[in-house]
Design a protein around this ligand. Structure first.
Ligand code: PEP
Length: 255
C-alpha cells in the first residue's frame, strides 16, 4: 500500500522566526495523524535551521531545486550531495515555476532527477500542462513527454523511490483546482506510463496532486484511487491548514 505524502513547497517564503513557528505547529500536530508522511521544502538558505527543528519521525525535509552537477564552478548552485548532507530526503525537480521562469527543459530536469537519485535523495518530479495545452487537448502529450524524458534517461533502475507530482499549471497559485475526476484521469495515465516500464514500479510510485489544494478540497482529491497525496504551496504556510490536509488523507485511508 502506498503511504500518503503531504508535501509543502514553501517557495521563496519564510524567515527564521516564522519558519520556526510553522515547524513547531507541524511537528506538534503530525503525531495525531498516524500513517501520513509530511514533507517540508523550505528555501535553500533555511534548510539547515529547519532540519534542526524537525522532531517528529513523520516529518521529512526536502529542497525545492538541485543542480544537475555534483561540484565545481557552478556559481549559485546547490548539489544533491550538499542537500543530502544537510538532512534532505527529498528534492523537487521540474516545478512549473522552474520550467517557466528559469527555462528548465525536460532534459535538464531529467539530469537533476538523476543527480538526486545518485546521492540517495528522492526526487519529486513535477509535471503538468498549461491552460492553453489543456484547451488544445495536449494534456496527455505534455505530461507523458515530461515523465518520458526522465524514464528515458534513468530507466527503471534509476527511478528509485521517486515521487511524481501532477500539477496543472493553471491550478498553481490560482485558487482554481482540477476536479478530482480531471486529476484522476491524468494520474491514471501517468501510472499506466510507469507500468509500461515495470508493473511493480507503477504500483509503488506515489503520485501527488498539486494546484491550490487546501483543507476544503483535499478529501475529494485524495479519495481518488491514483492520488497518493498532495504537493501544496500556499496552504502549506499555515500549520493548521497543512495539518488539516493530513487529516483528510488519514480520513480517506481509514475509510
Ligand atoms: C505549488 O507551488 O506546487 C503549488 C501547488 O502551489 P499552490 O498550492 O499555492 O497552488
Amino acid at each position: 500500500m502506498r503511504q500518503y505524502l503531504v508535501a509543502g513547497n514553501w517557495k521563496m517564503n519564510g524567515a527564521r522566526a516564522t519558519n520556526e513557528a510553522l515547524m513547531q505547529g507541524i511537528c506538534a500536530g503530525a503525531g495525531d495523524i498516524p500513517g501520513v508522511e509530511f514533507l517540508v521544502c523550505p528555501s535553500a538558505v533555511h534548510i539547515q535551521a529547519v532540519a534542526g527543528q524537525i522532531n517528529h519521525a513523520q516529518v521529512s525535509l526536502g529542497a525545492q531545486n538541485v543542480s544537475e552537477y555534483d561540484s565545481g564552478a557552478y556559481t549559485g548552485e546547490t548539489s544533491a550531495s550538499m542537500l543530502a548532507e544537510l538532512g534532505c530526503r527529498y528534492v523537487l525537480v521540474g516545478h512549473s515555476e522552474r520550467r517557466s521562469l528559469f527555462a528548465e527543459l525536460n532534459e535538464q530536469v531529467a539530469a537533476k532527477f538523476a543527480a538526486a537519485v545518485e546521492q540517495g535523495l528522492k526526487p519529486v518530479l513535477c509535471v503538468g500542462e498549461t491552460l492553453s495545452q489543456r484547451e488544445a487537448g495536449e494534456t496527455q502529450a505534455c505530461v507523458s513527454s515530461q515523465v518520458g524524458a526522465v524514464l528515458e534517461l534513468v530507466g527503471k533502475a534509476g527511478f528509485g523511490d521517486a515521487v511524481i507530482a501532477y500539477e496543472p499549471v493553471w491550478a498553481i497559485g490560482t485558487g482554481q483546482t482540477a476536479s478530482p475526476e480531471q486529476a484522476q484521469e491524468v494520474h491514471a495515465m501517468i501510472r499506466a506510463q510507469l507500468a509500461e516500464l515495470d508493473a511493480d514500479l507503477a504500483a509503488r510510485t506515489r503520485i501527488l496532486y498539486g494546484g491550490s489544494m487546501k483543507a476544503a478540497n483535499a478529501e475529494g482529491l485524495l479519495a481518488m484511487p491514483d492520488i497518493d497525496g498532495g504537493l501544496i504551496g500556499g496552504a502549506s504556510l499555515v500549520a493548521a491548514e497543512f495539518l488539516a490536509i493530513g487529516h483528510a488523507a488519514a480520513n480517506v485511508q481509514n475509510q
